[in-house]
Design a protein around this ligand. Structure first.
Ligand code: NAD
Ligand code: UDP
Length: 316
C-alpha cells in the first residue's frame, strides 16, 4: 500500500537518494529541507513527479503535516559544515528531533532517526558493536554533532517508552556516493576533487587513521529495510560497510583510479579525530537480512564520474 512519507534533509546527499528510492517503491514523498548543506540540484529531477512535494522549512521550527512515516535525515554531516554553526547543529539534533517526534506522536507515524558512528566518539573497542557506550569528548569541537546525536537517540527512546511512539535508530558509518557536496570537506569528496584537478591530496595527520566506507545505494536499502522490518526491531543498529582502510591507502586508491598526478601532502590532524572506525554489522545481518553489496572500486568509480561531471560543468 502506498504511504505518505516525510524525509527531512531530503535535498541532502543521503536524503536525495532516499527520496528517489521511496518514490520508486510507489510512495508519496514530502521532502523537507532548509538547504543549509543540501541542494535543489540533488532533487531537481524529482520535482515533476506528482508524488513528490518539496517544502523549504527548518526542523528547529514547528511543522504540521500528516504522514505515515518520517525519516529524520536533517543535520549537517561533514565536520566543517556541522562546526560552522555549532549551536545550530545541536538545535537541529535536539529541538528538531523533538519537533519530528511530536509529529510522529500526533499522527501515530513511525519515525527513523539518522544517528551516527560518531556517537562512539574515538572508540576504545574495535570493531564497534551497538552495546558499546562510546568514548566521546563532551566539550570538544565535534561535540555539537556527537552529543547532539546522542541526545537525539535518548529522545527517541524516551518517546518510545513514555508515549509508545514507533521509533527506529540507525547508526550510519561513513557513506559516500553521487550527490555529495563538492566542497563539504569530507575525505571522499576532498580526495576525489583534488585528484581530478591534479592538486595536492591533503592527508590530515600521518594517514594511519582508519574509516570504513559504504556506498549510498547500500545504505539507502538498509534504511528502508529498517523502517519496514516486521519484527518491530527498533535498534539502534549499525549500518555501514565493514571493509576498513587507512586514509593513506584510500588516498593511493583514489590516485590510482583517477590516474591523477597529484602528490600526497600532510596537514595537522584536527582535534578529537577518531583513530579507528569499523562497524560490526552482525545485528543488521541478523535482523534486516542486510549486507552491503557494492565494493569500494565500483562505488568509487561512480562517485568519480559524478565529481568529474560537476567539475566539467563548473568550468563551462
Ligand atoms: P548532508 O549535509 O548532505 O544532508 C543533510 C541535509 O539536511 C541537507 O540537505 C541540509 O540542508 C538539511 N538540513 C540541515 N539542517 C537542517 C534543518 N535544521 N532543517 C532542515 N533541513 C536541514 O548530509 P548527509 O551526509 O546526507 O547526512 C544525512 C544524515 O545522515 C545526517 O543526519 C547525518 O548526521 C547522518 N549521517 C551521515 C553520514 C555520512 O557519512 N554521510 C554518517 C553518519 C550519519
Ligand atoms: N581527512 C583527511 N583529509 C581530508 C579530509 C579528511 O585526511 O582532506 C581525514 C579526517 O581527518 C578523518 C578521515 O579523513 O580522519 C575522515 O574524515 P571525514 O571528514 O570524511 O569524516 P569523519 O572524520 O567524520 O569520519
Amino acid at each position: 500500500m502506498s504511504k505518505r512519507i516525510l524525509v527531512t534533509g531530503g535535498a541532502g546527499f543521503i536524503g536525495s537518494h532516499l527520496c528517489e528510492r521511496l518514490l520508486k517503491d510507489g510512495n508519496d514523498v514530502v521532502c523537507l529541507d532548509n538547504f543549509f548543506t543540501g541542494s535543489k540540484d540533488n532533487i531537481r529531477h524529482l520535482l515533476e513527479d506528482n508524488h513528490f512535494e518539496l517544502v523549504r522549512h527548518d526542523i528547529t521550527k514547528e511543522f504540521f503535516t500528516e504522514v505515515d512515516e518520517i525519516y529524520n535525515m536533517a543535520c549537517p554531516a561533514s565536520p566543517p559544515h556541522y562546526q560552522y554553526n555549532a549551536i545550530k547543529t545541536i538545535k537541529t539534533s535536539v529541538i528538531g528531533v523533538i519537533n519530528m517526534l511530536g509529529i510522529a506522536k500526533r499522527c501515530n507515524a513511525k519515525i527513523l532517526q539518522a544517528s551516527t558512528s560518531e556517537i562512539y566518539g574515538d572508540p576504545k573497542i574495535h570493531p564497534q558493536t551497538e552495546d558499546y557506550w562510546g568514548n566521546v569528548n563532551p566539550i570538544g569541537i565535534r561535540s555539537c554533532y556527537d552529543e547532539g546525536k546522542r541526545c537525539a537517540e535518548t529522545l527517541m527512546m524516551d518517546y518510545h517508552r513514555q508515549h509508545n511512539v514507533d521509533t527506529r535508530i540507525v547508526r550510519i558509518f561513513n557513506t559516500y556516493g553521487p550527490n555529495m557536496c563538492m566542497d563539504d570537506g569530507r575525505v571522499v569528496s576532498n580526495f576525489i576533487v583534488q585528484a581530478l584537478k591534479n592538486e595536492d591530496i591533503t592527508i590530515y595527520g600521518d594517514g594511519s587513521q582508519t574509516r570504513s566506507f559504504c556506498y549510498v545505494a547500500d545504505l539507502t536499502d538498509a534504511l528502508v529495510r529498517m523502517m519496514n522490518n516486521k519484527e518491530n526491531f527498533i535498534g539502534p543498529v549499525n549500518l555501514g560497510n565493514p571493509t576498513e582502510t587507512t586514509i593513506l591507502d584510500f588516498a593511493r586508491l583514489v590516485i590510482e583510479m583517477t590516474g591523477s598526478k597529484s602528490n600526497i601532502i600532510n596537514k595537522p590532524l584536527p582535534s578529537d579525530d577518531p583513530t579507528r572506525r569499523k562497524p560490526d554489522i552482525s545485528l543488521a545481518k541478523e535482523k534486516l537480512g542486510w549486507t552491503p553489496k557494492v565494493d569500494i572500486r565500483e562505488g568509487l568509480s561512480k562517485t568519480i564520474e559524478y565529481f568529474a561531471k560537476l567539475i566539467r560543468e563548473n568550468n563551462r
